[in-house]
Design a protein around this ligand. Structure first.
Ligand code: SAH
Length: 253
């Protein structure tokens, strides 16, 4: 049996209870070494066989899994954050399905959520935006033209941009040409939740490139853009308003 597990964003305490249990039971662990905090491997059995997928190709990963299956062992395939986002996990799941290998998936706390926690920020706010777009800027991995940043930014939602902090200058240009003002607030969170390593940079579209450069951040960072970061013009929600009734509470006024 293979368990695909989201390791969470970095802090070992942010793996799920189920993820931690599965990791503790696994005979074989294949972790995404480029991003998973190795501290999390402390949850593994001392005799577990541990592989770092950063140095492996798809076929090698499948080979390790197939051997483990033949030996009746349990494998955990550990992905960073949540496996469903930029995890290259679909091809692994498809290959396991094709080979008749049984697997299940345990979600994880994605880095865009750890970034919100670090920023003490709600991404969806009444009167500002009710939508979050998760995306990346096209670079070595192309992004379909229909979802270019220039197009997505026209909606003026909250944007969480993965895998792109090295392209911040291009992002700034795209967003400004899509209508975001130079004063639009932007936050960059480096290694959200990693004990002792997290850095938060807050700025505006016209200042952030320089600020991030000065902080020497060129990877493992979440870019958050949008009016939700603006502390002015906030409205209160209906949910806790005395004028609003819902299934669990009657309006008071
Ligand atoms: N599946 C992962 C994303 C993998 S892609 C998830 O759900 O978070 C790798 C990108 O995720 C990085 O380039 C960076 O943009 C972001 N990322 C991963 N961990 C991060 C962290 N702790 N803090 C900020 N960004 C992070």
């Amino acid at each position: 049996m293979v368990h695909i597990v989201g390791a969470g964003p970095g802090d070992p305490e942010l793996i799920t209870v189920r993820g931690q249990r599965l990791l503790g039971e696994a005979d074989v662990v294949i972790f995404a070494g480029s991003l998973v905090n190795e501290e999390i491997l402390k949850f593994c059995k001392p005799e577990a066989e541990i592989y770092n997928s950063a140095q492996m190709m798809l076929e090698e990963i499948l080979h390790v899994i197939t051997l483990a299956e033949k030996a009746g062992k349990t494998t955990v395939r550990l992905h960073t954050g949540d496996p469903s986002l930029y995890g290259a996990v679909q091809e692994q799941m498809d290959a396991m399905q094709a080979r008749g290998i049984e697997f299940d998936v345990t979600p994880g706390v994605s880095s865009f959520l750890a970034a919100a926690a670090a920023l003490k920020q709600e991404y969806t706010q009444p009167g500002i935006t009710q939508t979050v777009i998760i995306t990346r800027r096209g670079g070595r991995t192309p992004v379909p033209e229909t979802e270019s940043l220039k197009k997505l930014a026209q909606h003026q939602t909250t944007l969480c941009i993965f895998l792109s902090v090295n392209l911040l200058d291009e992002i700034k240009r795209d967003l400004m040409s899509a209508g975001f003002k130079s004063s639009t607030p932007v936050a960059v969170v480096y290694k959200a939740s990693w004990p002792g390593e997290e850095k938060i940079i807050r700025g505006r579209l016209d200042s952030i490139v320089q600020q991030v450069k000065e902080a020497n951040i060129d990877r493992t960072a979440m870019i958050v853009v949008g009016h939700c970061l603006n502390s002015e013009g906030r409205q209160q929600s209906q949910l806790y308003s005395p004028k609003f009734s819902h299934m669990f509470r009657q309006a008071k006024i």
